[in-house]
Design a binder for this molecule. Sequence first.
Ligand code: NAP
Length: 484
Amino acid sequence: MHAAPSAALILFGATGDLARRMLLPSLFGLDAEGLLPEGFRIIGTARSALDDAGWRALAAEALGQAIDPARLTSCARDRFLARLAYVPLDVTAPGGFDALAAAAGADAERLAIFLSTAPSLFAPTVEGLARAGLAGSGVRLALEKPLGHDLASSRAINDTVATAFTEAQTFRIDHYLGKETVQNLIALRFGNALFEPLWSAAHIEHVQITVAETVGLEGRGDYYDGAGALRDMVQNHMLQLLALVAMEPPAMFEPGAVRDEKVKALRALRPFTAETAAAFSVTGQYAAGAVGGAPVPGYGEELGRPSDTETFVALIAHLDNWRWRGVPFLMRTGKRLPERRTEIAIRFRPAPHSIFAGAALQPNQLIIALQPQENIRLTLMAKQPGLDRGGVKLREVPLDVGLANAFADTRRRIAYERLLLDLIEGRPTLFVRRDEVEAQWSFVDSLRAGWAAAGMTPRRYIAGSWGPSAAIALAERNGASWRE
Ligand code: NAP
C-alpha cells in the first residue's frame, strides 16, 4: 500500500510525560536519519500557555535527557527544533480548535494527529477536530491506550472516533507492536519452515507470557489505581503477544490479513465465569518489602489510601480451536516483582522416551525475551563432553540468537519510532483494529465479572517476591511451573 505521507503532525498532550520521554525523542530519531518528509512540521498542543520557543525549550530538555549525546549534535537538534510549533488549547473549551486549524494551514488535509492525552479527552478532541475541518479523508488519527476501561466504554470511544474518522484512518497504539522482538515473532513463525509443524497442541505443552516489573506506581497512582494490572497490561500488551503466538498463518504480511488472523485467535479465547475465574486466576497486591536490596513501601502506602486494586495477576487462558485445544496459556504480570522481565516461553512436549538410562531429559523451550534484553533462545539437550564410562550425561544448552550481536550494525530504535513513522506513512499493520480491542475487552471483562461474582480480592504479596504463593499453585495445578 502506498499512502501519501502526512505533511505535518499534530501532537496532543505535547507537554506530557509520554511526549517528553518517548514521542519527541522518537521524532528526533526519525529526523536525524532523514526519515521525516521534506518540510514536515510538528505542531504541539496542550493547555499550558507556551509559545513556539517555550515548547522548543521543553523539547530540547527532553532530548537532552533521552538521546545519547553522540547523536544529539547541535545541527541535528536545531534542525529538529525548527520543525516545532505550539498552539495552546483546552480541548474541553469550545472554539480553541480554530487556532489549530490556522496553524495547520494548507496541510489540514494531510495531517497525522496523535492523541497522547487521557481517553476522557478523546471525545471532545475528535468533535473539535471535526468542527475545525481537521478530520478530512487524508487525516490519520493515532490513539494512545487505554482505550476505555471495559468493553462498553471502549465501544463508546470507538463510536465517537468513528463519527469523524473511518477505521482505515484510525491507528490504535499498542507500543509493544513497535518492538523489534515482537515483530520478530512473526518473522520467526512465518519466515522459517521449522516451527510451523510443531506449533500446536500436538507438540506444545504450554505457553507462558510474563511481564514483570520491579517498579511501583512511579507517580502515576491515580491512573493505575483506576486501572489495575489486568487492564494496564493484560488487556492490551499481553493479549497482543498471545494473539501473535496463537494466530494462524496470514496469507500475506498485509494489514488486513495479519489483523484478521489475530482477531480470530482473540475471539477463540474462552470467556471466564465465576467458577473458572476462581479456578484459573489469582490476583495480588504488593505489601512492603524489598526490591533489589532496597526497602519499598506497600501499595496502599505508596498510593496514600487503602485500595483493592490488583498489582499482580496470573491467569490461565484457553483457546477453543483445533490448534490450541487443551494447551494452557499461562500469563502473569505484576509490579514490585524481583526483576524486570518480559518474555514469551513456548514449552514443547517432552521426548516420548529416553534412551539414556538415568539422564533426565528437559523439554525443549523457545524463549522470546523482550526485556531487559531482546533475544531468542531455543533450549536443547546436548551431550556433556566426556568418556561416558558411567553412562551418557546430557545437559540443557541454549541455541541463542542474541539480536544485539546478530544485528550489531543496526541501531536499536524506540518502539515509538517505528509506530510514528508507520502513522506518518500510512501503514496500519502494527496498529490494533477495533475488533481486536473489543475482543480483548470481552475476555478481560469476563474475568473481572468472574472476580466480582466469586468475591475475589487481591491477596497480599511481599514486594520483591514473585507474587502470591497461590500463583505458584495455579501453575502447578495446570501441569506447569513458572520460569524463574
Ligand atoms: P500526562 O503526563 O498527564 O500528560 C497529559 C497531557 O495532556 C499533558 O500534555 C497535558 O498538558 C494535556 N492535557 C490535559 N488536559 C488537557 C485539556 N483539557 N486540553 C488539552 N490538553 C490537556 O500523561 P502521559 O503520561 O503523557 O500520558 C498520555 C497518554 O498516554 C495517556 O492516555 C496515557 O494513559 C498514555 N500512556 C502513557 C504512558 C507513559 O509512559 N506516560 C504509557 C502508555 C500510555 P497541560 O496540562 O499543559 O494541558
